[in-house]
Design a protein around this ligand. Structure first.
Ligand SMILES: *Cc1c(COP(=O)(O)O)cnc(C)c1O
Length: 323
């Protein structure tokens, strides 16, 4: 198995040029004063379709050959990967099928269809989505693009950290939201190349700490689907590629509670006027906890990747209303 390298991130950045937004890197005087470091927030909540996943999906689809383009792509996801695949396929003019649970939120089904994807519904309780997806892929000759464990997806996700560090210069620490590890492994490739001294941390929900367990055990640990408000990080295990990079290039994996995620959501809303989804708050929540425990040396530069902003507003209001 050949792991992707920073050269693949550079190639992905060239493919994304003019298609993905170069998202802003924002500062917060309040965060700097409160935690005693210089924070640099890479705001992928402002990426096309509202999350970094556009980068990986677009990069993967851009690499299809002519026959693959004609037949199109297929993915199973009820989250941001679905919308990323749908939008990327539309931009590249190819058909795409997204396999989603039939009880997925209506807004997500509508958004995915709105980007022009064909949505195939399945019953979460009686059907195996992977088997269904593989059968459809074979029948229609479509290429399956997984949400994280694929070299082109990882390389695409790495372009966000590449842009961040190119803008800020070398960082002392970088915190990344961790689910299946596509964003974390891609970011680690960029950080190792552009800022070799930077400590790189993945942050996952406390209830779903399979990544942390895997890093400690030195092998991929599988868990039950975790109960957490971070719905983009309810993955049960890291991938072969993502774990290969994470165990080599990531310094540690931290965890945060749902309450800490809500605190960060409130901070982003109140202080930075940004809507960030619960999963998108993992990195900052992890950074705050780590800095509190271990106060930084003065002038430390801390990068935080805010991964996405797609949250149902009723749900968002409910979460923020909690005392
Ligand atoms: C998918 C997703 C993640 C987790 O990304 P992985 O590449 O699976 O680790 C984090 N945040 C948001 C908003 C996501 O959509």
């Amino acid at each position: 198995m050949q792991l992707p390298s920073y050269d693949d991130v550079i190639a992905a950045a060239a493919r994304l040029e003019g298609h993905a937004h170069r998202t802003p890197v924002l500062r917060s005087g309040t965060a700097d004063a409160r935690w005693g470091a210089s924070f640099f927030f890479k705001c992928e909540n402002f990426q096309r379709m509202g999350a970094f996943k556009f980068r990986g999906a677009f990069n993967a689809l851009s690499r299809f050959d002519a026959a693959q383009r004609r037949a199109g792509a297929i993915a199973f996801s009820s989250g941001n990967h679905a919308q990323a695949m749908a939008l990327s396929a539309r931009l590249l003019g190819m058909p795409v099928v997204i396999v989603m649970p039939k009880d997925a939120p209506a807004a997500k089904l509508a958004a995915t269809r709105g980007y022009g994807a064909e949505v195939v519904l399945y019953d979460r309780f009686t059907e195996d989505r992977e088997a269904l997806t593989k059968r459809l892929a074979t029948e229609r000759g479509m290429t399956l693009v997984p949400p994280y464990d694929h070299p082109d997806v990882i390389a695409g996700q790495g372009t966000a950290a590449k842009e961040l560090i190119e803008e800020t210069g070398p960082l002392d620490r970088l915190y990344i939201c961790l689910g299946g590890g596509g964003l974390t492994s891609g970011s680690a490739l960029a950080a190792r190349a552009l800022s070799p001294q930077c400590k790189v941390y993945g942050v996952e929900p406390e209830a779903g700490n399979d990544g942390q367990q895997s890093l400690r055990a030195g092998r991929i640990v599988h868990i039950e689907t975790p109960k957490t408000i971070a719905d983009g990080a309810q993955t049960q295990y890291l991938g072969e590629y993502t774990f290969g990079i994470i165990r080599r290039d990531v310094d540690d994996i931290l965890t945060v509670s749902d309450a800490q995620l809500v605190e960060s959501m409130r901070f982003f809303a109140e202080r930075m006027k940004m809507v960030v989804e619960p999963t998108g708050c993992l990195a900052f929540a992890g950074a705050c906890a780590a800095l509190q425990e271990n106060p930084p040396a003065s002038g430390e530069k801390v990068g935080v990747i805010i991964s996405g902003g797609n949250v149902d507003l009723t749900r968002y209001a409910e979460l923020l209303a909690q005392p």
